[in-house]
Design a protein around this ligand. Structure first.
Ligand code: FE2
Length: 425
């Protein structure tokens, strides 16, 4: 007797299996013919995946688009300035309310684990308090991992260092940084060193905004890899964005990527936001704003797609849909072969789970019973359609049901249902 059975779904590897769930765990996989359950979801012909994971987000700023004004230049730097104005006037309650609304969007989209950077450059630390409250409020259905993020510079902002340490003392999970925003390259490198030492001393993971610029000489990822190696943080460090790598010298990159692989440093490109923000100082040719994704993967570096922003000072769109993120990443990185398209799906599920260090993630006996039923036949089709989430299960509970994405056609002579699903012949 199971609490819930997901019947007949196709797993991302193409196998067809029933999934038996008891409490918050997957307790059986395979053919569960005749088994009884309190609830059954028929997923015959549909893709059943472990939940989506977002390794890079800003939950303290989300859903604030237009407050107090929009980003006229569309640049990262104006966005930082705009957020600087907004964080003076936003209240803790408003941040909590917006973040919880976003978590509702995420839950409905099967996005059940989020790593969110929280700004620590505000002496009141109201954003940190707000996000800790949200982390607690959503813990029954979303795993929220918080990164202490000195947005205005760990050294450049006079109180950021103290405030970042205070945020970690308050229970923030991961150490962040923004070395390319410090006053000099030397200060940036020093900030990477000190922040990694703080993480090592506290037994925490590291995730830094790193080289988020079009400057080919911005090379903080080199320092981040060096410190990960020196402090034995392999597998616990991620560099977010890494956009400058698109313009680095090829010879230099041929040395850099093996160093990243050796240091076990993961990469988190954010294709929606960086195709929008980068290259704004270029005329033509105009750079694409994305780091070297396939080249890193070829070196064995873990790479996961992140969302970064939804309706905030940096990005005006977004729906908490990690398939939108994979879709954009697939295009900008030119990941067009079947293997590469398939990998883009993994990059918003299992690869991101690895970056967050999620334990008991996945579809296997003993794993946490969190999954999403998609209106698609396979992972590539899920990306192509940004497929409807027919059902979302979190920790054993069905938390969302959505309709199929089919349209009813009313053209004279050809009435009927339009199915966008289109299996490979
Ligand atoms: Fe970010």
């Amino acid at each position: 007797m199971f609490d819930l059975i997901i019947k007949g779904g196709t797993l991302p590897d193409g196998t067809v299996a029933d999934i038996g769930i008891t409490g918050d765990r997957i307790t059986a996989m395979g053919r569960l013919e005749g088994a009884e359950a309190g609830q059954v979801i028929d997923a015959t012909g549909d893709l059943v995946s472990p939940p989506f994971v977002d390794p890079h987000f800003h939950l303290d700023a989300t859903l604030s688009y237009g407050l107090p004004r929009i980003n006229a230049s569309g640049t990262l730097l104006e966005g930082i300035g705009l957020w600087g104005e907004l964080k003076q006037i936003v209240t803790e309650e408003e941040m909590v309310a917006r973040a919880l609304e976003y978590c509702d969007w995420a839950a409905s989209m099967g996005l059940l684990a989020i790593r969110s950077h929280v700004d620590t450059c505000d002496d009141s630390l109201k954003g940190v308090a707000a996000m800790l409250e949200v982390r607690d409020k959503v813990k029954g259905y979303i795993d929220l991992q918080l990164v202490a993020f000195p947005q205005d510079g760990f050294y450049r902002d006079p109180t950021a260092r103290d405030n970042t340490l205070r945020a970690l003392d308050m229970g923030v999970d991961v150490v962040g940084g923004i070395p390319h925003f410090e006053r000099t390259m030397a200060d940036g490198a020093a900030s990477v060193r000190e922040l990694c030492e703080i993480a090592a001393a506290r037994g925490l993971r590291v995730d830094m905004h790193c080289d988020e610029s079009d400057d080919p000489m911005s090379r903080h990822i080199e320092t981040l890899a060096y410190e990960a190696q020196r402090l034995r943080l392999q597998g616990r460090v991620a560099g977010s964005h890494l956009t400058s790598m698109h313009s680095m010298d090829n010879y230099y990159v041929s040395k850099l990527l093996p160093l990243m692989a050796e240091a076990g440093v993961a990469a988190i490109p954010n294709p929606l936001i960086n195709i929008m923000l980068q290259g704004r100082h270029d005329t033509f040719p105009k750079r694409r704003g994305l780091t070297r994704v396939k080249e890193m993967q070829a070196q064995g570096i873990t790479v996961g797609w992140g969302q970064d922003c939804v309706r905030d000072p940096w990005y005006s769109l977004g729906t908490a849909d990690m398939l939108d993120v994979a879709f954009m990443g697939l295009h900008v990185a030119q990941m067009s072969s079947p293997e590469e398209m398939r990998r883009c799906f993994d990059m918003v599920t299992i690869e991101n789970a690895r970056i967050l260090g999620l334990t008991d993630y996945g579809l296997h006996v003993g794993a946490v019973a969190s999954l999403v039923v998609l209106d698609a036949g396979d992972p590539i089709e899920a990306v192509r359609l940004r497929a409807a989430r027919l059902a979302v299960v979190s920790k054993g509970r069905v938390i969302a049901r959505n309709p199929r994405g089919d349209a009813t056609l009313e053209i004279a002579g050809r009435p009927g249902m339009v199915r966008r699903r289109h299996p490979v012949a």
